[in-house]
Design a protein around this ligand. Structure first.
Ligand code: NAD
Ligand code: IPM
Ligand code: MN
Length: 352
């Protein structure tokens, strides 16, 4: 069971170290960890944010534990050399089109949410975000209009096969969960979204037990914080899923709490090949200070055990330890507490 650990930039190495320590504390037989350079750190060392050796290491592993990439020093580089290209490249090269971002308020931890406790208590949703298409991966460029204006442009598109395969992921999740699927789009304005909606309606015929609803993304953003209990599984595109998941994390209490799994079609001897990462970034404003919340990354490691290694009870063990550490007050500044990264990680390990 080979895991490629890619810590990356900023708080990436800090939070990844705690997740690795949790995995080591579990003493799972046969688990092997290898570490690679990615992001701005890789650019500085090798001249590229996703060196060939890192991509090969990722391909050769059964799962990837990813920290975060992004470095203000690199924001003026040509786009293809920026740290963010590493995570986009991994997702694309490895065919990881299905991004699962669960957002839930643990029972008894409603007080972590900025929402009223009676509203926060109903927040338990799974955002199924398409990850290898949309405006992220379309053509883009600069041009000068006939009027002499400088324009930046990005093409947004989805093909029916791209929508169909992520729709199946959403419907399957809803079929085994709460039977409720909300497809989020902007079909009142965007043709990309109208195609999305048409294909989702087509796929729905195969899942008669799932209660499908369509919602415009602006309304969805509003409902996430006013009526989170309306949502079970949320199916959406790459850009809307990116934005809605940060919003959902704030409703849970902190972006430092939300994990993710990025999956494709490849199966290994142990489970589904995948990349696991917190939904947050490299947080340059707090990097190197031991302040980052490691729980999103620790919960990502739990998702890895579940999806890539079939270790359901071990995954639950980690999730319960995280909930217990939070219940005992082990929180950092992001949740109004004063504990540091290492103390929070240690508190989780002590509660495994
Ligand atoms: P961010 O998620 O890094 O930070 C947003 C805010 O949340 C900051 O105030 C930060 O301190 C806080 N925060 C984030 N994670 C936290 C944690 N674990 N504990 C406590 N506080 C935390 O988003 P940003 O500031 O917009 O982006 C910073 C860099 O990260 C950029 O270069 C961006 O491109 C990159 N980024 C990378 C990923 C990724 O690697 N998948 C994801 C998002 C952003
Ligand atoms: C995320 C990040 C990435 C995204 C960036 C860094 C490319 O925000 O993983 O949510 O937009 O997908
Ligand atoms: Mn994001």
């Amino acid at each position: 069971m080979k895991i490629a650990v890619l810590p990356g930039d900023g708080i990436g190495p800090e939070v990844t170290a705690e997740a690795v320590a949790v995995l080591e504390a579990m003493a799972l037989p046969g688990l092997q960890l290898v570490e690679g350079d990615v992001g701005g750190a890789a650019y500085k060392r090798h001249g590229h944010p996703l060196p060939e050796a890192t991509l090969e290491m990722a391909r050769g592993a059964d799962a990837i534990l990813f920290g975060a990439v992004g470095d203000p020093d690199c924001d003026t580089l040509e786009r293809h050399l920026r740290p963010e290209q590493a995570i986009l490249g991994l997702r694309k090269h490895l065919g990881l089109f299905a991004n699962l971002r669960p957002a839930r308020v643990f029972a008894g931890l409603e007080h972590l949410s900025p929402l009223r406790a009676d509203i926060a208590g109903g927040l338990d949703m799974l955002i199924v975000r398409e990850l290898t298409g949309d405006v992220y991966f379309g053509a883009k460029g600069r041009r000068v209009s006939e009027a002499g204006e400088h324009e930046g442009w990005d093409a947004m598109s989805y093909s029916d096969s791209e929508v169909r395969r992520i729709a199946h992921v959403g419907f399957r999740a809803a079929a085994t969960g709460g039977h409720k699927l909300t497809s989020v789009d902007k079909a009142n304005v965007l043709e990309t979204s109208q195609l999305w909606r048409d294909v989702v309606i087509e796929v729905a015929a195969e899942y008669p037990d799932v209660d499908l609803e369509h919602m415009y993304v602006d309304n969805a953003a509003m409902q996430v914080v006013s009526h989170p209990d309306r949502f079970g599984v949320v199916l959406t595109g790459n850009l809307f899923g990116d934005i809605l998941s940060d919003l959902a994390s704030a409703a849970v209490g902190s972006i430092g709490l939300l994990p993710s799994a990025s999956l494709g079609e490849r199966e290994t001897a142990y489970g589904t090949f995948g990349l696991y990462e917190p939904i947050h970034g490299s947080a340059p404003d707090i990097a190197g200070q031991g302040k980052a919340n490691p729980l999103a990354t620790i919960l990502s490691a739990a998702m890895m055990l579940r999806h890539s290694f079939g270790l359901e009870s071990e995954a639950t063990r980690i999730e319960n330890a995280v909930a217990a550490a939070l219940a005992d007050g082990f929180m950092g500044g992001d949740l109004g507490g004063s504990h540091g990264t290492a103390a929070i990680g240690e508190a989780v390990r002590a509660r495994l």
